[in-house]
Structures are given as structure tokens and as C-alpha cells.
Design a protein around this ligand. Structure first.
Ligand code: ADP
Length: 184
């Protein structure tokens, strides 16, 4: 585990569904109806209530699906956290279709929703870096800068944990970010 920004931003590797935090961010797809990777793991761990709430959001707020970059909140079912923030990252198409901006929005809108909901401890997976193919080092810089800027301006969330699925991914994130700018 690495720990910086006066302890407000941490990294860890492991399964995000086991974390004892107030809210976990899901790298969902626009359907909100479940999928592979972290999305599948969250729905398996949380049980059917999450899917029922997602269906309700689709029916009433996003009949055409949640657009990439947006975020919505559900409860977390059987998971140890209270809430899931579902966001949709961009699919990487080579970097010429606003993928960087959409990824920054996915982080920003998730952070805004966490602040509005009063969430103190929030955990993110590495959005878009799995099935969606976003290069991990570019994604690391975007995640890091978006989170640091938010923490500088807001007291909530108090603590953000970036969860990587392997120690290698965690180390690659840490080598990609500029550690000279760590103070909030
Ligand atoms: P996307 O479709 O946004 O790329 P994925 O779920 O395929 O989402 O992958 C996002 C990242 O989450 C990848 O780096 C993947 O290794 C990681 N990941 C997959 N399952 C878990 C899990 N249970 N806990 C934490 N990270 C996970």
C-alpha cells in the first residue's frame, strides 16, 4: 500500500468488493445491467438488489443508458460498503475521440456524487483500463490529477483509495504519477 496527500489518497491492490469503505465506484457499462470485470464482481458480491436499482434508474432517468462520463448512485446490497457509484468510462479508440476528457468526467462526476452524498471513504477501480482498453499510464495520470484537484477544493470525500487488481498495476500507477506534486 502506498499513501500520500496527507493520507487522503491511498493505493492498494486486491479485490475492490471486499473493501470496508462508504462507497465503491463501479466501472459499469452504459446498460447498467452488469457485465464482466469489476462490474461483474460487484453485482456478484452485492446480490440482486443492485441490479433492481439499476433497472429502476434505466427506466426512470436513463432509458437510453448511462452516457460515458456520467455517474449514478445505488445501495451496495450485500457488500460491506453502503453505496455503489456506477460510472461509465470511455472505450479507448486510439485517443482521438475525447477519451481523456470522458475518463476525467467519469472520475469527476463520481467524486461530485460522493461529496453530495456525504461519503467519507471512497474507493475507485482503474476505470476503463480492463475490457475498455485505456492505456494504464495515461489513465493513471488522469485519475490522479482529477482526484487531487477535487481533494484540494473539497473536504469530502475525506479519503480516496485507488484499488488495483495486481501489485504490478499498483506499481505502474505509482511510477506514472508525478510524486513531486503530492501535497494537497
Ligand atoms: P472497463 O470496462 O472500464 O475497462 P474492467 O472491469 O474491465 O472495466 O477493468 C477495470 C479495471 O478493474 C482493470 O484494471 C481490472 O484489472 C480491474 N478489476 C477487475 N476486477 C476487479 C476487482 N474485483 N477489484 C478491483 N479491480 C478489478
Amino acid at each position: 500500500m502506498d499513501n500520500f496527500c496527507s493520507g487522503r489518497l491511498k493505493t492498494v491492490f486486491g479485490d475492490i468488493t471486499c473493501l470496508e469503505v462508504d462507497a465503491v465506484v463501479n466501472a459499469a457499462n452504459s446498460s447498467l445491467l452488469g457485465g464482466g470485470g469489476v462490474d461483474g464482481a460487484i453485482h456478484r458480491a452485492g446480490g440482486p438488489n443492485i441490479l433492481a436499482e439499476c433497472r429502476d434508474i434505466r427506466a426512470h432517468r436513463y432509458p437510453d443508458g448511462l452516457p460515458p462520463g456520467k455517474a449514478v448512485l445505488t445501495t451496495a446490497g450485500d457488500m460491506p460498503s453502503d453505496y455503489i457509484i456506477h460510472t461509465v468510462g470511455p472505450i479507448w479508440h486510439g485517443g482521438k475521440t475525447n477519451e481523456r476528457e470522458v475518463l476525467a468526467s467519469a472520475y469527476q462526476n463520481s467524486l461530485n456524487l460522493a461529496s453530495e452524498t456525504g461519503i467519507k471513504k471512497l474507493a475507485f477501480p482503474a476505470i476503463s483500463t480492463g475490457i475498455y482498453g485505456f492505456p494504464k499510464k495515461i489513465a493513471a495520470t488522469i485519475a490522479y490529477e482529477t482526484i487531487i484537484e477535487h481533494l484540494k477544493k473539497n473536504s469530502l470525500p475525506r479519503e480516496v483509495t485507488l484499488v488495483f487488481f495486481s501489485e504490478h498495476d499498483e506499481q505502474s500507477f505509482l511510477s506514472a504519477v508525478d510524486k513531486s506534486r503530492l501535497s494537497v
